[in-house]
Ligand binder design. Sequence first.
Ligand SMILES: [Zn+2]
Ligand SMILES: [Zn+2]
Length: 294
Amino acid sequence: MSNPTQAGFTIDRGITVQSFGSSSNGNAFLVTSGAQALMVDCGIGIRTIQRGLKDRGMTLNDVSALCITHEHSDHICTLPRVLREDLCVVATKGTAARSIGRHANRETVRAFVPITIGEITIWPLKVSHDAAEPTGFMFEFKDGSRATILTDLGVFTDDLAPFLQASDFIILEANYDEHMLLTGPYPRYLQERVRSRKGHLANSACGAALASVLSVENRTPTVRLAHMSEHNNVNWLAEQTVTQHLTEVDLELDVRVLPRKEIFEPWVSTRSAAGKEFVLSTEAERRGQLALEM
Ligand SMILES: [Zn+2]
Ligand SMILES: [Zn+2]
């Protein structure tokens, strides 16, 4: 795990969450805390995953755990390339049964029962979706910050609200625009599947959920919209719809759509001592950074 630099120090990657790509075609996220790195899903090409890790000074061998949300191919298609004996897979029993086969190194989790791996506490969050036992995840970090990743949910259920309220960073699905879905190329049965309680979250449902949940606590997390449909959504419409809902409750948040296939800039916890300088190669640099902040 540790990644010694020339000077012999460990790279402190800070507390970050980064999308390597998110859409109906594929999803993968990187979560780091200090020298610890874990991934959420691996449903994009191996080269993009490797490039994203390399940009951060890592290889796949530096990733100690993989959290799998569910067994659909847009979340696990690169699993055979990513899985190695010492990679700990975090998944529910139902998801594990349909994804990792006999892979022994696993943490079988249950919805809303947290586990801690290294510095990161992981909360599996139950979602309504047409898979065996699907989840989202909230990550709790040692600096007190929290980040939630929720995709593939047909409906935003009340038991998810406290997790969004507690989060500094939220990745939430805005899969489709209702009008585009109904007038788009999908056959009727597929439209109904997407719109069902076990399908995906519409832009308007995403915006309404964020508005109702965040206005209560007057929270102002950074929000990224994820898992966009290729045929039934466009970025500006998703952003506009969600922002409208937030404006109605006087919330002004940093809301952006995650690129479908590109690696996006990481969210960095501003609570962490390293601040924005999340890649510090030597202890001296770290001390300099801390001195600047004091
Ligand atoms: Zn799915
Ligand atoms: Zn999906």
